[in-house]
Design a protein around this ligand. Sequence first.
Ligand SMILES: NC(=O)c1ccc[n+]([C@@H]2O[C@H](COP(=O)([O-])OP(=O)(O)OC[C@H]3O[C@@H](n4cnc5c(N)ncnc54)[C@H](O)[C@@H]3O)[C@@H](O)[C@H]2O)c1
Length: 450
Amino acid sequence: MQRRDWLRNGSLAALAAASFHGARAAARPRLRLGMIGTGMRGQVLLRELLRRDDVDVVALCDIEPFMLKRALDQVGKAGKPGPQTFGEGGDPQAWRRLLEVEGLDGVIIATPWEWHAPMAIAAMQARVAVGCEVVAGITLQDHWDVLRTQQRSGTPYMLLENVCYRRDVMAVLQMVRAGLFGELVHLQGGYQHDLRAVKFNSGDPARPYGGGAEFGAKGWSEARWRTEHSVRRNGELYPSHGIGPCAMFTNIHRGNRFTRINSFATKARGLHEYAEAQGGKQHPSAQLKFSLGDVVTTTLACENGETILLQHDTSLPRPYSLGFRVQGTHGLWMDVNHSVHVEGISPPHQWEPFEKYGDKFDHPLWKKYAAAAEGAGHGGMDFFVIHAFVEALKADAPMPIDIYDAVAWSAITPLSEQSIAEDNKTLPFPDFTEGRWKTRKPIFAFDDRY
Ligand SMILES: NC(=O)c1ccc[n+]([C@@H]2O[C@H](COP(=O)([O-])OP(=O)(O)OC[C@H]3O[C@@H](n4cnc5c(N)ncnc54)[C@H](O)[C@@H]3O)[C@@H](O)[C@H]2O)c1
């Protein structure tokens, strides 16, 4: 049955891809793009689109007039023509009309997580290329559905995982490819970011972070939707910032793959304490029991013998760090202490400052576009992730972070939830590539184009 499925989907994918590419007359110099979700993240990505002279932002959709107006103001300030707008009346299905805008080449999806899969699926069915914010879906089935739609339609899909483009991460990718660390053995990463003031606020649009204990309908921006996931779910809820770079270092889906996964969660204390401190013991948010463990630790095993450890740590006071560690038979990099140790080069048993290596291995993309990325979100990496989507789409080339990356990185969430629910059971990791990982070749960031 599985084999028949594979054959069917394989040939469908080939047909669909051929017709998609055939329908578009090869490479195009300009793109007509839309955006669904013009909230805090959408506005950052919109700024990157508006800075480009090869993109026309022709349609925007948000159900929150405040957010839509902010986005329109950005377009006006950039001196660009006004896009068509959708959703101002609050219709949560208005985005479907955006997908019908004539000549739309692609859409950026920057809505709450639960909307990503349905919006991406409908866009791909409408032959509108997708640049989707992290995550790809919620349930394991969502991930299969997004994958199957991409395969059947052949419509380009890229997960907008920006951390893959962080300057030190890209320099480490160069070090890995140069063999500096020898053969990779173990990697770590995660999402270690105190989100308490993101998950609770006062509901005042002028102050999206902190200042209250509200969430859900009374909260604003991410507090409106993200906090509910911490109430109901216990797992690695935000895997891609950590796993994205680790997967690129280890060539996942290109000669390697995830084979097994398990997760452990600590008790949940941080959000409760914070809600109580913000709103008082009687506040409804302080009465709740949160499901999400304060620190969730996930281990992945890879076909080629590496382990990858992810930590999700968003409910306790702590400085931001993604906690990367890339370790091989000759040495390692750790980002918390910005240090490298390479046997035979570094003094024995001592760290050396990352800068010594970072400058030497600076990625050609960063060398070329550092000035253009100046001022872009998250230290410049948001420039690169939009640049990659736009350039790959214009060139009709494969997306550098593709559908297999998207669904596997994002499916870590439902799998980790399942593992925790089943007493930390180690689960087999689905092979979304259905065997293609054996022959696919790495394509991410091999030159200075994107
Ligand atoms: N890659 C990164 O560094 C990064 C950073 C922040 C957020 N994100 C991701 O970006 C996404 C958005 O996060 P955010 O911080 O902008 O949240 P946000 O709440 O500020 O914005 C989401 C927007 O989507 C709108 N929306 C909700 N339902 C809609 C619908 N049915 N149709 C149209 N619009 C709808 C909301 O009104 C809101 O304006 C999330 O997936 C988040 O994880 C990524």
